[in-house]
Ligand binder design. Structure first.
Ligand SMILES: Cc1cc2nc3c(=O)[nH]c(=O)nc-3n(C[C@H](O)[C@H](O)[C@H](O)COP(=O)(O)OP(=O)(O)OC[C@H]3O[C@@H](n4cnc5c(N)ncnc54)[C@H](O)[C@@H]3O)c2cc1C
Length: 271
């Protein structure tokens, strides 16, 4: 399959990119192309104008500012998985990034692309909800900071506007909260059937953020018990508040399994 005809522009700065977006209301950002180009090839998306942002060097950075991990929107999934600072500050994020597709996809796909595309089975949007990240969205009108927990509005739907570019993501320090991640996919590299991130606080408080089971990341607070039976009941109670999309009984079962696995990883200190 080949895409419909489109024109192509490559930007080298955020200022130039947001100006272009303002002037091309029907235009679309192209980052790693690992979601957009397949959609265009199947003619499910037919943008007439593309803005390639991969030439903007300031979006391809990892840093730490005021105790927060700051990631540029153009960080590739593979770089996220391997980066020393990410592995130290948010090991669960590095682990989750290593589960995104195959190596070739991770080598092209970008953090911003994954967060904005918002596939319900994607690891990174759920990771950002679990880690309480904040997204920086830039347009000609200025900068908007949106918590990841408010950004996801439903199936492939987010709070971003057509004129906005996701430039940075900032993640607070874990402050004693332990995180765990687990997913089940049919084959390595496939989208997950169900996955989750678990938070375990220093007391019995915590949360589970599921992905792949409904229209987007589903975060539920939970009180953890060290008793496996009580824990299973608490997980089930939260899971039953999620509107599971398809293959409901099976996905419901897998969602319980991954929650328990992620909990065990969190308490053992394994991302
Ligand atoms: C075979 C295959 C398997 C895959 N498996 C997985 C998987 O297991 N898990 C997973 O999470 N993903 C998976 N993916 C998708 C992959 O992670 C993509 O890299 C990601 O979804 C999109 O990132 P991208 O940089 O390629 O974005 P693009 O495809 O370039 O863009 C995606 C969308 O985001 C918009 N966009 C991109 N960057 C920005 C930005 N900075 N600001 C505003 N808007 C922006 C674009 O306009 C477009 O609408 C898979 C893809 C393939 C082809």
């Amino acid at each position: 399959m080949k895409p419909a005809v489109f024109s192509y522009h490559k930007s080298t700065s955020v200022e130039e990119a947001v100006e272009w977006l303002e002037q091309h209301p029907e235009g679309k950002i192209l980052a790693g192309g690992q979601s957009l180009i397949p959609l265009m090839n199947f003619r499910l998306s037919r943008p007439e104008e593309l803005l390639d942002i991969t030439g903007i060097p300031q979006l391809d950075t990892v840093s730490q500012t005021d105790g927060r991990l700051v990631l540029g929107g153009l960080i590739r999934h593979q770089a996220l998985a391997e980066h020393e600072q990410v592995r130290r500050a948010a090991p669960v994020l590095a682990e989750a990034a290593s589960h995104v597709g195959h190596w070739a996809i991770r080598n092209r796909g970008t953090l911003g692309g994954s967060l904005v595309h918002a596939d319900p089975a994607a690891e990174l949007p759920a990771a950002m909800v679990a880690l309480d990240a904040t997204f920086e969205l830039v347009s000609r009108a200025g900068v908007r900071e949106v918590p990841a927990r408010d950004f996801y509005l439903g199936f492939l739907t987010t709070d971003i506007m057509q004129t906005e570019l996701l430039t940075r993501v900032s993640i607070p320090s874990a402050d004693g909260t332990a995180f765990g991640f687990a997913e089940v996919a049919r084959r390595p590299g496939d989208f997950a059937l169900a996955g989750c991130f678990v938070e375990v606080g220093q007391d019995t408080s915590g949360a589970i953020t599921w992905f792949g089971i409904s229209g987007g990341p589903e975060r539920r607070e939970i009180t953890w018990s060290s008793d496996a039976q009580e824990r299973a009941e608490a997980i089930l109670e939260q899971l039953d508040t999620v509107d599971i999309l398809d293959e409901e009984a099976y996905r419901h079962h897998v969602a319980q399994v991954v929650a328990e696995e992620a909990y065990r990883k969190a308490v053992r200190g394994i991302a």
